[in-house]
Write a protein that binds this ligand. Structure first.
Ligand SMILES: [Cu+2]
Length: 123
C-alpha cells in the first residue's frame, strides 16, 4: 500500500469520527436545551413539611443561623441522624440548650429546608 493510500484512509476515518461526534453532541445539546426550556416552564414544586419531628439539641450556631440536632426519621426524606439545620429565625432557639429534647417543624423544598418551629418536648 502506498503511503498516500494509508494517509487517505486515516484521514477519512478521522473525518467520519469527527462528523459522528459533532452529530451526536449536536443532538445531545438540542435535547438538553428542550429539557431546560421545559424545566423553566414547570411550576415550582410545592414546599414540603415535617411536623413534630423528635430531636435532641446537639449545638447552636447563632452566627450562621444553624442548629445541630439528632433527629428522628422524617418519612420520605431522611433517616435518623445528627446534622445541622438552617433555622428560620434566631428567636426559635432562644432558651434552648445542648441536650434538650425538642419537637420541631421542618419546611421547604429539599435540600433547601429550614426549621420554622421548635419547642421543648413534653417530659
Ligand atoms: Cu438529617
Amino acid at each position: 500500500m502506498r503511503a498516500w493510500h494509508f494517509i487517505a484512509v486515516v484521514n477519512l476515518a478521522l473525518v467520519i469520527g469527527i462528523a459522528a461526534g459533532y452529530f451526536y453532541w449536536g443532538r445531545q445539546a438540542e435535547r438538553l436545551s428542550v429539557e431546560l426550556q421545559a424545566a423553566r416552564k414547570a411550576p415550582p414544586r410545592p414546599e414540603r413539611e415535617w411536623t413534630q419531628v423528635a430531636g435532641v439539641v446537639r449545638g447552636v450556631m447563632p452566627e450562621i443561623g444553624v442548629m445541630v440536632l439528632s433527629h428522628a426519621d422524617m418519612p420520605g426524606y431522611m433517616r435518623p441522624m445528627t446534622m445541622g439545620f438552617k433555622v428560620a429565625s434566631a428567636q426559635l432557639y432562644e432558651g434552648l440548650e445542648v441536650g434538650d429534647e425538642v419537637r420541631f417543624t421542618l419546611r421547604g423544598n429539599p435540600p433547601r429546608v429550614s426549621i420554622v418551629a421548635v419547642e421543648r418536648a413534653p417530659p
